[in-house]
Write a protein that binds this ligand. Structure first.
Ligand code: TXA
Ligand code: MG
Length: 317
């Protein structure tokens, strides 16, 4: 059921059921973080491998002590600047945090989401919410309640509808290794905003063999349709003449009648708007029975880095 009724979401979560929740980044598939049964259900429904840990969503920085310990001062500084918001911190976990959530790691991922419905929900609950993005493992993340319903309507009693996600790409993930601040996943907070507080970041965003953070897997966030990423979209499209071609461009539409469908991420060339539209555009393209999606690489700055990261993973065979 798609609803805006926070009480029914809270009741379902108290009864150990899963609920889809809106956040400012993407929708999450949430369960009681203190219930192994609920957490196990998240992995089952998402078909998520057990080595892929979950983010714990809390309502206030005070609640950090419920899940993490030995928290570096820099973590508090970043939290003060970006929470509630799309920054996930990897911290040493409290012993009682389940190995299911952390995939056996000594660390736990934590953030405070910035969506009024979900913050209200968290305040009504006496437990934090474990929640990955509400999509089957490896597929395109949902940025509307409708996207979630298309994946899981038969399996979820409650999909809490908070409208279209304001940021549209997942949180940025930051950790701390030997007093260094490390970037594990590009996300909705641009890295230069983090570097302004934390200094230069060590970048550790791809590692296929033993992913510290499975958003690192080279193929992820993927449409079913074959996807190609290019720096030269006008020419690349020509390689697929004769096929049913969909195109994803940053701001400039192509004039080429051989293209079956085009998605423009931001006509005004705004990266934040492009990020907000990215997954909805991919969902639409993926429903059109195309032979190929040709996507244009965005400028390699700020949120352009995050969008390109997702497109690269979407395009990996
Ligand atoms: O914006 C978001 O982060 C959304 C919303 C729902 O909060 N959630 C999200 O969750 O993107 P998910 O599960 O799709 O991605 C979580 C990422 C994964 O790449 C996971 O590997 C990483 O967080 N992660 C979780 N715990 C970790 C840990 N202890 N160390 C390193 N990475 C971790
Ligand atoms: Mg995900």
């Amino acid at each position: 059921m798609i609803t805006t009724d926070i009480d029914s979401a809270a009741n379902a979560l108290r009864a150990n059921q899963l609920v889809a929740i809106p956040t400012e980044t993407v929708y999450g598939l949430a369960g009681n973080a203190f219930s192994d049964a609920a957490v196990r259900q998240i992995f089952l429904l998402k078909k998520r491998p057990a080595y892929n840990p979950l983010i714990v969503h809390i309502k206030s920085t005070d609640d950090l002590s419920l899940v993490a310990q030995h928290i570096p001062d820099m973590a508090y500084q970043l939290a003060a600047r970006f929470w509630p918001g799309p920054l996930t911190l990897i911290l040493e976990k409290k012993p009682h945090i389940s190995d299911l959530i952390t995939a056996g790691k000594k660390t736990v991922a934590v953030r405070i989401p910035r969506h009024p419905l979900t913050l209200d929900l968290l305040h009504r609950l006496d437990f934090p919410l474990a929640a990955p993005s509400a999509n089957p493992f490896g597929s395109i993340s949902p940025t509307s309640a409708h996207h979630v319903a298309a994946y899981f309507k038969d399996n979820l009693e409650v999909i809490l509808d908070g409208g279209n996600c304001e940021q549209g790409v997942e949180s940025t993930i930051i950790g701390f290794e030997n007093n260094q601040v490390v970037l594990y996943r590009h996300g909705a907070v641009a890295t230069d905003e983090i570097a302004a507080i934390a200094g230069p970041l060590k970048v550790h965003t791809s590692d296929n063999m033993a992913p510290v953070s499975p958003g690192m897997l080279s193929r992820h966030y993927s449409p079913q349709t074959t996807t190609v990423l290019t720096d030269d979209i006008g020419n690349c499209v020509k390689d697929f003449y004769g096929k049913k071609i969909g195109v994803l461009v940053f701001s400039q539409t192509l004039t080429d009648e051989k293209i079956a469908h085009q998605e423009v991420l931001s006509a005004g060339g705004q990266l934040a708007e492009a990020a907000r539209n990215l997954y909805a555009s991919l969902h639409r393209l993926d429903r059109l029975q195309l032979d190929v999606i040709v996507a244009e690489r965005l400028p390699e700055v700020s949120l352009g880095l995050t969008i390109n990261d997702r497109l690269e993973r979407a395009a990996k065979q």
